[in-house]
Design a protein around this ligand. Structure first.
Ligand SMILES: Cc1ncc(COP(=O)(O)O)c(C=O)c1O
Length: 352
């Protein structure tokens, strides 16, 4: 079975390159983390932020640093992973779910606007699968914007890096993300006071004042791996683009194409089938690990009326993600493409 996803890690002696980035005597809060924070923040077009243990923690910290907490509502995309919901709840705020674009998957500004109330303090905009969501249309939906770049690290919109427009922006370095530090995350903020508050929240020792703060800083070893990964980022993005182009080319006789369009980067290669469950099963029979890219729309956890989230329901019913990662071999790429062609031809026609 070709796995749906796999971390891209250094091999053999390449690990020496990683450890060579460690300064003697430093295990935590040292120069490797500081350098990584600066370089990784630059990729998402933000001033240097704080490197932490996960994307979830980065999101939670961003909300708290922006002053979001009890008594505030945060608009959260329903077609997204549960981490966004967790972060809002753990920050003490109330999540208000909104839908994705009809026939799309990224958050829909019109639906967010419809759910805005006098208590809305922020909106989280997740750029899913590597595809940039336009930020400007969200300006009137909430006073503050948090960009979630967990699935779009290294993507660029028309003229700027994805992540550069939000009041805060976060990303994840989980094992199977665009780059990995084992597990990790980064939280950045545009406003210097918010950026300082992010840092303040993660330094709990030797303080003159006391308030509950977080022990979540990224260790030096992870940051050293992160820098090795940053060096390889252009190569990783190129390989993902090549694989997506191969898939598009292979599927063109059927008139099918991956859903990412021309912008952004290829974190996921997704196709819409009439029935994702049946398609995933068909891929499994052909030894290809296909998946739903979002486990479950979040409104389902609350038993909310599915009719209120037609976009997320359709995305969940139809979207299937195929293997796309730098270590996929050419032979595996060919196998996946051939399997996709078979599944499409066997299925109900050619919907893109
Ligand atoms: C869109 C999105 N936001 C946030 C996260 C949370 O990141 P982490 O797993 O590093 O906590 C993820 C991870 O899957 C994600 O896909």
């Amino acid at each position: 079975m070709i796995p749906h996803n796999k971390p891209t890690l250094p091999c053999g002696s390449d690990w020496l390159e990683v450890t060579a980035r460690l300064e003697p005597g430093w295990a935590a809060d040292g120069p490797a983390v500081e350098r990584f924070e600066s370089r990784a923040s630059n990729v998402i077009g933000q001033p240097p932020g704080v490197a932490v243990c996960s994307g979830s923690m980065a999101l939670q910290l961003s909300l708290i640093a922006l002053g979001i907490g009890p008594g505030t509502q945060v608009l959260v995309p329903s077609y997204c992973c549960a981490a966004v919901l967790n972060a809002v709840r753990l920050a003490g705020a109330e999540p208000v779910l909104f839908d994705c674009a009809p026939r799309g998957f990224n958050p829909c500004p019109k639906d967010a606007a419809r759910r805005k109330t006098s208590k809305t303090g922020a909106v989280i905009i997740a750029h899913l699968f590597g595809v940039p969501a336009a930020i400007q249309p969200f300006r009137d939906t909430a006073p503050l914007i948090v960009e979630d770049c967990a699935q779009s690290f290294g993507a660029r919109g028309a003229s700027q890096p994805i992540g550069s427009e939000g009041d805060a922006a976060i990303t994840s370095f989980y094992a199977t993300k665009v780059i990995t530090t084992g597990h990790g995350g980064l939280a950045c903020a545009r406003n210097p006071q918010t950026a300082a508050r992010l840092r303040d929240l993660t330094h709990y020792d030797n303080r003159e004042d006391w308030e509950p703060r977080f022990a979540c800083r990224m260790p030096e070893l992870s940051a050293a791996l992160g820098m090795e990964q940053l060096d390889r980022l252009p190569q990783y993005l190129h390989r993902r683009r090549m694989i997506s182009a191969y898939y598009d080319d292979a599927l063109s006789p059927c008139g099918w194409k991956g859903n990412n369009g021309d912008d952004g980067m290829w974190f996921r290669y997704t196709l819409r089938f009439p029935d994702a469950t049946a398609a995933i099963q068909a891929f499994a029979e052909l030894e290809v690990g296909a998946r739903r890219p979002v486990f479950r729309p979040l409104h389902r956890y609350f038993g909310t009326d599915a009719d209120d989230f037609p976009g997320a329901e359709a995305a969940h019913r139809e979207i299937v993600s195929l293997p796309i990662y730098p270590t996929l071999t050419d032979a595996q790429v060919e196998t996946v493409a051939a399997a996709a062609l078979k599944v499409i031809r066997r299925g109900a026609g050619c919907r893109t």
